[in-house]
Design a protein around this ligand. Structure first.
Ligand code: CA
Ligand code: CA
Ligand code: CA
Length: 115
């Protein structure tokens, strides 16, 4: 999977469970995202993970991601791509738009699931 902000969100999740080894980490990430453990990532599961990731990254809980909040997960180029109106904040709408675009581009056969 070649994903943009979704990858950043997974990195966030990885850092949240940083005590684990790389192998266990991978397993844990997948289990955390694939809620029903069927080995596929549905749009619902993706959305739930997307919500969770945003809330985790939004440290001051003001509903937007500033440069400082996003910096551990996104480089400046990625940040600017997501920040469509160039106000140096990633709004929830901008974040959701990017996550949806990432999901669509990863879901190459268009069946609404990632595997
Ligand atoms: Ca699933
Ligand atoms: Ca914030
Ligand atoms: Ca913005």
């Amino acid at each position: 999977m070649k994903l943009g902000i979704f990858t950043a969100a997974v990195v966030m999740l990885a850092s949240a469970v940083s005590a684990e080894s790389a192998g266990e980490l991978h397993e844990k990430q997948l289990n955390a995202i694939d809620a029903n453990n069927d080995g596929f990532l549905s749009k619902d599961e993706f959305n739930a993970f997307s919500d969770y990731a945003f809330q985790e990254m939004d440290e001051d809980k003001n509903g937007t991601l500033g440069l400082e909040e996003a910096k551990p997960f996104l480089d400046i180029k990625q940040f600017q791509n997501v920040d469509q109106n160039n106000d140096d904040l990633i709004s929830r709408a901008e974040y959701n738009a990017q996550m949806n675009a990432d999901f669509s581009s990863a879901d190459q056969d268009g069946n609404g699931q990632l595997d």
